[in-house]
Design a protein around this ligand. Structure first.
Ligand code: THU
Length: 129
């Protein structure tokens, strides 16, 4: 997962923030899908790395996320933004591990429930997916 996320990080298109992000999701089937942030001159149109990884996974008809790894720059922890926590929530469960890394390696790990407590998900709509 780290290698896939690092390759995505290296290919990120982030000319406005200069903050590249790479993400990788692991499915229960053992496949890894990666994404990078893709910014836009019309700033709100930019997309997060996690959204790209999820889109790649969905394209392969996979619907469950077993584990996540996100690589960001800077000295701090590049935890998924609020919107991406909810995006991950759609396909993950409370115990799903989200590893937060820098280019040098993993810095911290959280469960989805730690990052998005008392979350709203498909079950709230009576959906079993
Ligand atoms: N970014 C991500 O790709 N994922 C996150 O969860 C945090 C933020 C991107 C969006 C933007 O291109 C850059 O990081 C700075 O916010």
């Amino acid at each position: 997962m780290f290698a896939a996320a690092k390759q995505a990080f290296d290919n990120a298109y982030a000319p406005y923030s200069n903050f590249p992000v790479g993400a990788a999701v692991l499915t229960p089937e053992g496949e890894i899908y990666a994404g990078c942030n893709v910014e836009n001159a019309a700033y709100p149109q930019g997309a997060c790395a996690e959204a790209g990884a999820i889109a790649a996974m969905a394209l392969s008809a996979r619907r469950r996320i077993a584990e996540v790894l996100v690589i960001g720059g800077g000295a701090g922890l590049c935890t998924p933004c609020g919107g991406c926590r909810q995006r991950l929530r759609e396909f993950a469960c409370a115990e799903t591990l989200i590893h937060v890394a820098g280019p040098e390696g993993v810095r911290a790990s959280f469960t989805l429930a730690e990052l998005l407590p008392h979350s709203f998900g498909p079950e709230n709509l009576g959906s079993s997916k």
